[in-house]
Design a protein around this ligand. Sequence first.
Ligand code: URA
Length: 473
Amino acid sequence: MRSVDIPKIGSFEAWRDAARALLVARVPPEEVTWSHGEAGADLFADNAPLPQGEGAVTVPKDFLPLARLAVWHRDPERFARLYTLLWRVQTEKRLMGDRGDPLVARLNAMAKEVGRDKHKMTAFVRFRELGDPGAARRQFAAWFEPTHFIAEPTAPFFAKRFGDMEWSIFTPDLTVHFDGDLRFEPGVVKPPFPEDATEELWRTYFRNIFNPARLMPKAMQSEMPKKYWKNMPEAALIPELIATAPARARAMAEAMPTIAPARAAKVGASLREAQALRAAGQDALETALAGCRRCPLWENATQPVPGEGPLDAPLMFVGEQPGDQEDLMGRPFVGPAGRLFDDTLNEVGIDRDKAYVTNAVKHFKFVPRGKRRLHQNPNRDEIEHCKWWLGIERERVQPDLIVAMGGTALESLTGSRKNLLKRRGQVEACDDGTPLFVTVHPSFLLRIPDRVRQNEERARFREDLARVRAMVG
Ligand code: URA
């Protein structure tokens, strides 16, 4: 038997390295026992260093994302289960897709539970300011009790969100410190304070056991399981809030408030910014777009791609998002889908220079695959955040007709992409009443493998654009 102890800090990398070495040495799963932070747990096992074999280990592409989550589950068998899966995928090529396989099903369920727990941590951690008068920077700390070992993989979320601050999160399994860099230390025992311990008590406790922290409380989330209440100061208010909710709802309805004050300030600022940009020149719009941080897509894209065309264009085309070439050139529809789009416009007699061409989402979303960047569909949040920019473009151009090309554009402009193919060729209305012509996206045509079908679909796209041309004259 071999015994492998996975440390409590850096568990994923340690498991991955050990599993790779075991596999290269052809050690079958039943000959390995795994422990977690208990070096030398099995005195009778072979604790000699693992062989560092050279052989390459290949895994299906969905194996690592699964392992990266499931490895943090509290199930004591997690390392063994993952190694068994790794062992089996070497010969059972389709195993990962076999949801009926008990091991695959169990690990997928574990990964899901870990994902949920990570989400809960991002939502329910509550920081307390230490208010140490001697500290150069404000310091914050939090106590949190996750279900699984998720403090380490969730720490980068907090580091990113609160990167310019200092903070610590204490959990029973692990302590996370952030002061520009993330550091991990063993967990601590929760102090035996009563649940209604004063902030002052917490402050003293945190100040005494640690190193700095700093953060702002995250907005209360809609779903808040009771197990998290005890560490959330605002949770003390929940029973009363629930009890008085109907009366308060009635009072609110009578007073007819529209937006909560804190949000009102944000929405007001956003409206004023949009108004200024509507009147601003293209340069100002592009500068503002270059600073967009409304969603995370800006991080990996080369640049945002604004729409282009005359501001008095009668016709606006809306695509999905820039592709690889658009991202590099900073212009919409200049890659393969753009060429097909241009050819079709020429065939039906629409002058692209007289139309405004843009996208529902302004940054390229992709996953790297070797040297290539593979397009990924923007999700609902990304579409929703970018609607703000599309709204400004629409206000600036005020076209007579908008053409939605594909599901993303349709969702952005109407709120739903359902039944795209049924809605295709019809004229709907945008929220402000502007007529909206629905058609498919040119890249849909490029993806049709069958030549005959592709030609048929191209002809239909041509017919659609011919109708558009007839509508705007
Ligand atoms: N696809 C789009 O939707 N837009 C582009 O700009 C390029 C490809």
